[in-house]
Design a protein around this ligand. Structure first.
Ligand code: EPZ
Length: 431
């Protein structure tokens, strides 16, 4: 079993390039099911969630091959419409094949995702929306069973759910008639999915706004599409630059996708310089405390909440983080408290009182983003931090250790079943 070992205190500076967005690539892979033929996806991150989604597509009869960061998906013939529990339980995003299967074959049998460590991950909004499109749905024995065909309709979402918006888009692009999705999610990953579907021949307008219009078409064609840069991976490395003094440059993404995040970093005392596909961050003075409210895009992204909690743990004052998207996304706080952070949780509020320094400690990665944030905290903590359960981090960060070493961090990945490994130097670019 692996762990990430960090020796804090090294100056962090340099340039790191992010990959394609995990939260787009997974849905674009599902969208490939909508067209017979071979779809090519470029800038696909090499992360475990993509590998699981490839297994899901293979179970459905598609053939997936990877060459470096390019995937080809041959969805000419689908032989099943079932996304089985053993795969869906590994990666809840696999429920996004629901809409694509309804669109392509008019049937879907997808395991309910079940809860996870950040919240219940319900799918009631997905189901209500699909039923509005005329899809017959039953949920028995832990599975969603859906039978179409879907027809155009006006659907208003109770909450701008990213996954529900994506499933409704993929279920409606081949449906007869006009579909309007109101209170739709506006994340850049939605815009990327709509762009790919339109390249395939769909007729979608309004992606990125709260109202998306879809005119059903008869068929779609396979395409060659490049995945949008990962704004959350980018924000993670920008926080690394803010934790130390930088300058750190992050490339490979659209800074406009992090508007409110960059604004918060400036309010916290960072110098933020934007260019077309990169941001350079540095800091001279103290970290100033600012309150954070997570909200659907364009609000502050919940996926960067843990990283900002780490940053605020070292601010010269107190700040309140309000988590409005997931009901259980403060579990990271218990782990960073082991490093000396002073955080009080009350429901969906976290009061973070800045402390002069964090101290390295053995900690466990509670989830994908919390695990990455613990490594970030270790970069500036006094002494050694050992983060275990790093399989969570592998789900969404390709080459996390290597990219941090490029910035000068003393960080290494070890096999903790080897008793001597944890004692060895963590290495690092300047080791
Ligand atoms: C996507 O999850 C992302 N995952 C999440 O990133 C991200 O945090 C989230 O969007 C919000 O931006 C992927 O894209 C694979 P939602 P998703 O549906 O689609 C509730 C990461 O770390 N809800 O917008 O599941 C739900 O319980 C992951 O990369 C319902 O109640 O998010 C949650 O509280 C974590 N009923 C809230 O809405 C529903 O039918 C947001 O969920 C659907 C959702």
């Amino acid at each position: 079993m692996d762990a990430i070992v960090v020796d804090g205190g090294r100056p962090l500076t340099g340039t790191v390039r992010v990959g394609g967005a995990k939260n787009s690539a997974l849905k674009l892979m599902a969208a490939a099911l909508l067209a017979p033929g071979v779809t090519t996806l470029r800038n696909v991150p090499d992360i475990s969630d993509v590998a699981v989604m490839a297994q899901v597509l293979e179970r459905l009869g598609a053939h997936v091959t990877r060459t470096d960061h390019t995937l080809t998906i041959d969805a000419t013939t689908l032989t099943s419409h079932e996304a089985p529990y053993d795969l869906v339980v590994q990666m809840r995003a696999s429920t996004c094949v629901l809409g694509a299967l309804i669109g392509r074959v008019g049937r879907a049998h997808v395991a309910m995702p079940g809860g996870c460590n950040i919240g219940s991950r319900k799918v009631d909004i997905h189901i209500a929306g699909l039923e509005h499109l005329g899809v017959t749905i039953s949920t028995e024995h832990g599975y969603i069973d859906a039978s179409g065909p879907a027809h155009g309709a006006r659907v208003a979402l109770d909450f701008p759910s990213v996954g529900a918006t994506e499933n409704l888009l993929m279920a409606s692009v081949l449906a007869d008639g006009e579909t309007v999705i109101d209170n739709a999610a506006r994340e850049p990953e939605i815009t990327d999915l709509a762009a790919m579907l339109n390249e395939m021949g769909a007729s979608i307008a309004g992606a990125g706004t709260p109202t998306i219009m879809v005119t059903g078409v008869a068929a779609l064609s396979a395409v060659d599409h490049t995945v949008v840069g990962d704004r959350i991976e980018a924000g993670t490395y920008l926080v690394a630059g803010a934790l130390d003094s930088g300058p750190v440059t992050v490339t490979g993404f659209d800074p406009a996708h992090l508007d409110i995040v960059l604004q918060k970093l400036e309010h916290m005392g960072c110098l933020v310089v934007r260019s077309a596909d990169a941001v350079t961050i540095s800091r001279e003075g103290p970290i100033r405390p600012v309150d954070i409210q997570t909200l659907p895009f364009p609000g502050f992204p919940t996926d960067l909440q843990a990283a900002f909690m780490a940053l605020l743990s070292l601010a010269d004052g107190g700040a309140v983080i309000t988590e409005n998207v997931f009901e259980n996304r403060f579990i990271f706080a218990d782990e960073i408290a082991r490093m000396g952070a002073d955080i009080r949780i009350d429901g969906h509020y976290a009061l973070v009182r800045g402390v002069p320094a964090l101290s390295g400690a053995p900690v466990r990665s509670p989830d994908l983003r919390g695990g990455a944030a613990l490594v970030l905290a270790g970069l500036v903590a006094e002494g050694r931090t050992v983060v275990t359960d790093v399989h969570h981090i592998d789900r969404g960060y390709e080459g996390f250790v290597e990219k941090l070493r490029c910035l000068g961090a003393a960080v290494n990945r070890i096999d903790i079943s080897d008793p001597d490994a944890a004692q060895s130097p963590s290495g690092g670019a300047n080791a």
